[in-house]
Design a protein around this ligand. Structure first.
Ligand code: NAD
Ligand code: MG
Length: 392
């Protein structure tokens, strides 16, 4: 029996993970499931899987969670400390699928206890990549990428020497607004940005796909995970979302990973690694697909990609600033305070102000400094958002 925990169990990646685990309950001992506001889902899954503990991030919802778990034998807990404590419970495999910087500390706790960390939470690597990789080295824990592009790169590297890699190409569907003219983008609504042409994902990453901020995060994620230089990381628009990434080698070969846009592939690969096992993923009929298109992204439409390069060159705390500003810009867009095209200038303004300020001065990257920077960047983002609203 493998002991497994799922952080962010009620979300899109969390539910796909549960789908796989629930197909073979005899193989897994479920330790912890964590969620946020969706108590009914959390409690139902914790009961069905016989989890040891269910944790909601929201302390106010503890009574509701307790009531929902009454008589089940599943422990109930709430709040950030409880979340980290649950992630630190001995387990063999932990899925990190909380959205946002909130996923960093629980993921680190899982790594510190030596669990294999299946990492969907890209924000961990964006905000504190060197800390996350060092935690894994210290405890001897493995990190397996779950982001589909990074799983694709990881799979293309099996049996290869990283020193022979000259480039990686991450593909981007282009999101909901791939073919929209810029004038129309300025008026894009939250509802329009929340529907993805190819993938079924949580709302935040879906909007990040439309703005290309998701791809920006993924460029930084690739740099941190695979130890690549910024110049080795390329992005191509690929509307079909079937080729997830390509790895280029020194002999000119490109190894592409091709598969249907179903996260259960990357999750299942991380669950069964180093083996490959059958997964409930549809076989791809390339004859029916016919054409796979690729084109270079237009940087004028996608300032997020340019900002990712600034962050990669800068290193240090730039990732924490970038991610926090991006998360706040997204919050402001979702509540209607700023427009879709205001998000990138907001993030850029925060990056400029904070990288010039005293707090970003180089020093050791520590969890405390990352948290402090995250906090300051959010405050700065709120000020910039107010300015944008006043001007608009
Ligand atoms: P989601 O919004 O569907 O789910 C997020 C989960 O995190 C939920 O369980 C929610 O309760 C929990 N959560 C939210 N805020 C929290 C907080 N402050 N503290 C603790 N828990 C909190 O998100 P998702 O689409 O499943 O994405 C999860 C992560 O995986 C993100 O980092 C995303 O970038 C990454 N990812 C997702 C996909 C996808 O297909 N959805 C693909 C690649 C990578
Ligand atoms: Mg991805």
């Amino acid at each position: 029996m493998r002991r497994v925990s799922i952080l962010g169990a009620t979300g899109s990646v969390g539910q796909s993970t549960i789908d796989l685990i629930a197909r073979a309950p005899e193989c897994y001992d479920v330790v912890a499931l964590t969620g946020g506001q969706n108590i009914a889902r959390l409690a139902a899954d914790a009961r069905a899987l016989g989890a040891e503990i269910a944790v909601t991030a929201d302390e106010a919802l503890l009574p509701e969670l307790r009531a929902a778990l009454d008589g089940s034998g599943v422990e109930a807990a709430a709040g950030r400390a409880a979340l980290i404590e649950a992630a630190a419970r001995p387990a063999d495999w932990v899925m990190s699928a909380i959205v946002g910087a909130a996923g960093l500390a629980p993921g680190l706790a899982a790594l510190e206890q030596g669990a294999t960390l299946a990492l969907a939470n890209k924000e961990s690597l964006v905000t504190a990549g060197p800390l996350v990789m060092a935690a894994a080295r210290r405890s001897g824990a493995r990190i397996l990428p779950v982001d589909s592009e990074h799983s694709a790169i990881f799979q293309a590297l099996v049996g290869e020497e990283i020193s022979a890699v000259t480039r990686v190409i991450i593909t981007a569907s282009g999101g909901a607004f791939r073919d929209w003219p810029l004038e129309r983008l300025a008026r894009a609504t939250v509802a329009e940005a929340s529907s993805h042409p190819n993938w079924d994902m949580g709302q935040r990453i879906t909007i990040d796909s439309a703005s290309m901020f998701n791809k920006a995060l993924e460029m930084i994620e690739a740099r941190e995970f695979f130890g690549l230089t910024p110049a080795q990381i390329e992005v191509l628009i690929h509307p079909q979302s079937l080729v997830h990434a390509l790895v280029g080698f020194n002999d000119g070969a490109l190894m592409a990973h091709v598969g249907p846009p179903d996260m259960r592939h990357a999750i299942g690969y991380a669950l069964h690694w180093p083996e490959r096992r059958a997964l409930p993923v549809a076989a791809l009929d390339l004859g029916a697909v016919g054409v796979l298109e690729f084109r270079a992204p237009d940087e004028a439409r996608s300032p997020a990609l340019r900002l990712a390069r600034v962050v990669m060159e800068e290193g240090g705390l730039a990732g924490a600033i970038f991610n926090a500003a991006k998360e706040r810009a997204l919050d402001h867009f979702i509540v209607g305070r700023i427009g879709f095209l205001d998000m990138a200038p907001l993030v850029e303004a925060v990056l400029e102000r904070m990288l010039a300020g005293p707090d970003a001065a180089r020093g050791d990257l520590t969890l405390d400094r990352v948290a402090h920077m995250d906090h300051l960047a959010r405050e700065c983002a709120d000020v910039v958002a107010r300015d944008i609203k006043q001007q608009g």
